[in-house]
Design a protein around this ligand. Structure first.
Ligand SMILES: Nc1ncnc2c1ncn2[C@@H]1O[C@H](COP(=O)(O)OP(=O)(O)OP(=O)(O)O)[C@@H](O)[C@H]1O
Length: 647
């Protein structure tokens, strides 16, 4: 950690020292642009990298921020800092305004919405000539900072200080509960909602933050160039910004800085022959190194390894042959983008990080001791009172009556088994209870209060947690982080404290709690393993630990033994017993009748969306309707064997 902090400080100090050592206005101009683009790309990376949304509006926010700062100075005689504050607020305001409707959309539709906003913003800046001077361009004067006129190095240092502050704030934010929530909702929005974290509101917050940084960068841009034209913030720039994020490496502050350096250099790269030749050659070396490493370690397919080498070889040869590199601009960008997208999907910094990790082998900071289970999961009062009541609940899909008038009561402290042949409506029933589906009709009560209908997020906040039949883990996050995501509701340091880095205490407490839950399911030694690298069985246990982090009154386990090998099924039974000892009430959907018999005090049997039997496991196993329902299933799988045979 100290090494990383040291590297950050060294790079910033080196950048700050350059104007003292080199008296060159061209270099200073590039450095200033690097700092401005750095802020802009850190913002863009929040949406593209962390939230996984294709945001095509960041250039527009740069423009809006630039004009806001310029007009603030021209019309209200603002100083530089208030003008930059105005640019930030304008970016944030329009970002929020766009985010509310646009983030209701997904994938390409969202990208199109941001594209439309860019077009609208460019047209308005262009046509509102009385305010912006339109295509003619707007002269901008650079106001003093706290009464001091800044020369070129002074302005660069201001940009660098702001970049350092943004860097620091974002590093703190992204390594906090907020950053984890952003990553979680990219991996599984359904599970994020089910963990009580509103995906929509977090996406809106992330987008607004990105736009605010776009606005701030815009203010600096205006005072740097001191001349604005609406067409500078159009589609061309947006493509270059995306190129910067992809080239530098997503989800990385370093990646944003490297991307910013590249896009600051790009236009100059082509006009300086020597520089272009050098960069092409360096690109070829990187492509060869990455390709060879990929082939040797079998992490890359031959095409993935060879294509970038061929592309960079063409670029290097071209840099030596062609007369005027400016004429080949688009082909050059295309070759570079192709090489990076195919060969280095994690960007230059992602690639460099592998090497640096091997070179320095920095041990992660030690984890705290697990918190006592009595604090993490206090024993609940299992008094047998009615916890969850379903009254004549129905859920139809067109003509399919998946759940057709189900009434049942789950009592505090019981493990309530829900069984039935395939397609009998079990998953639909729990999807209605947990808020994934809106019921077609009927009432759902938790402790005599109506359960919110059709909102995973709201139901999660009432004390209901669940796992999923088809695993819904945050696969890119570690085991520990998966559990910590679900703790967000319990650890809420105010945002300013998080940005300033004063949330570490809270973070340590959350780690200790998460470790205790991992210990409960036997995964404490895998805390730093990424969820996608766990065995299938361990992934199922991780989902249970994550759901427990919600400290639920009611835990719904949707076929937790599905696909588990026999030893893991035994382990699962032990885990469920341990959870039950804490007084947590459980609804258990299961096909393994021996698991149901061992664990459940009450069993409800569904068939065709209706309850056909209820009672103890022994009673329902002997019920003729249940036997008929199961035996009526032609050649069913072994896992779904008739209950009479399995017990
Ligand atoms: N989203 C949906 N759209 C349309 N039909 C659905 C949907 N979800 C479930 N169904 C139908 O509802 C019925 C009940 O399905 P459900 O998945 O709830 O059963 P299940 O008891 O959980 O089955 P399994 O044990 O195979 O998971 C089935 O006929 C299924 O095809």
């Amino acid at each position: 950690m100290l090494l990383i902090r040291g590297a950050e400080l060294a790079v910033l100090a080196a950048l700050a020292a350059i104007p003292l050592l080199v008296d060159n206005s061209y270099v200073l101009g590039l450095l200033t642009l690097l700092a401005i683009y750095g802020i802009l790309l850190i913002g863009l990376d929040v949406t593209v990298g962390y939230l996984g949304q294709v945001n095509l509006a960041q250039a527009a926010f740069l423009g809006l921020g630039a004009y806001a700062a310029a007009l603030g100075v021209a019309h209200f005689e603002l100083g530089m800092l208030p003008a930059l504050g105005l640019a930030l607020v304008v970016g944030w305001f329009f970002g929020t305004l766009l985010a509310f409707p646009a983030l209701r959309l997904e994938g390409p539709q969202f990208a199109l919405a941001t594209l439309s906003f860019s077009a609208l913003s460019a047209t308005t800046l262009n046509e509102w000539e009385s305010l912006t001077a339109g295509a003619q361009g707007l002269q901008v004067s650079r106001p003093p900072v706290l009464g001091i006129e800044l020369d070129a190095p002074g302005f660069f240092w201001l940009c660098l200080v702001l970049l350092a502050l943004v860097w620091l704030g974002m590093r703190n934010l992204l390594s906090s509960q907020w950053g984890r929530a952003f990553e979680a909702l990219r991996d599984s929005p359904i599970a994020t909602d089910a963990m009580g974290i509103g995906t929509y509101r977090h996406k809106v917050a992330g987008f607004a933050l990105a736009s605010a940084l776009g606005g701030l960068a815009g203010g600096l841009y205006a005072f740097n160039f001191q001349y604005l034209q609406p067409q500078s913030f159009g589609w061309d720039l947006m493509v270059i910004l995306l190129l910067g994020v992809v080239l530098g490496g997503r989800k990385s502050l370093w990646g944003a800085l490297v991307g910013a350096a590249l896009i600051a250099l790009l236009p100059n790269l082509l006009s300086s022959r020597g520089l272009f030749e050098t960069i092409s050659a360096v690109g070829l070396v990187i492509a060869v190194a990455a390709g060879t490493r990929g082939l040797l370690k079998k992490t890359a397919r031959p095409f993935q390894a060879l294509a970038p080498i061929v592309a960079m070889a063409i670029l290097t040869a071209g840099s030596l042959i062609v007369e005027n590199t400016e004429d080949w601009r688009k082909a050059i960008f295309a070759l570079m983008l192709f090489a990076v997208v195919v060969g280095l999907p994690e960007g230059l910094m992602g690639f460099a990080a592998h090497f640096l990790a091997q070179l320095f082998r920095v041990a992660p900071p030690p984890l705290p001791a697990p918190a006592p289970l009595d604090e993490v999961l206090p024993k609940q009062n299992a008094d047998g009172s009615a916890l969850l009541e379903l009254r004549d609940v129905k859920r139809y899909f067109g003509g399919v009556k998946a759940v057709d008038g189900v009434s049942l009561t789950v009592r505090a402290g019981e493990i309530h088994g829900l069984i039935g042949p395939n397609g009998s409506g079990k998953s639909t029933a729990v999807n209605v209870i947990s808020g994934l589906y809106v019921p077609t009709d009927g009432k759902l009560l938790l402790r005599n209060k109506a359960l919110p209908a059709g909102s995973l997020f709201k139901v999660a906040r009432t004390g209901v947690a669940r796992t999923f039949q088809n695993l819904q883990l945050f696969s890119e996050l570690t085991t520990l982080d998966n559990v910590m995501v679900a703790l967000k509701g319990q650890y809420r340091a105010p945002l300013p404290l998080v940005l300033l880095g004063f949330a570490h205490g809270e973070e340590r407490r959350a780690q200790a709690v998460a470790l205790a839950l991992l210990q409960l399911v036997g995964l404490q030694d895998q805390a730093r393993t990424r969820a996608k690298d766990l065995t299938y069985g361990d992934q199922r246990f991780l989902e249970i630990a994550r759901a427990l982090a919600r400290r639920p009154d009611l835990l719904i386990l949707d076929e937790p033994a599905a696909g588990l090998a026999h030893p893991d099924v035994n382990r699962l039974v032990e885990i469920i017993k341990r959870i039950h000892e804490r007084g947590v009430s459980i609804i258990l959907i299961e096909h393994h009748m021996d698991v149901i018999s061992e664990l459940c005090s009450v069993v409800t049997v569904l068939d065709g969306g209706r309850i056909i039997a209820a009672g103890t496991a022994d009673q329902v196993k002997r019920d003729p309707k249940v036997i008929e329902a199961y035996l009526g299933m032609a050649d069913d799988s072994a896992g779904a064997a008739a209950p009479v045979q399995a017990g």
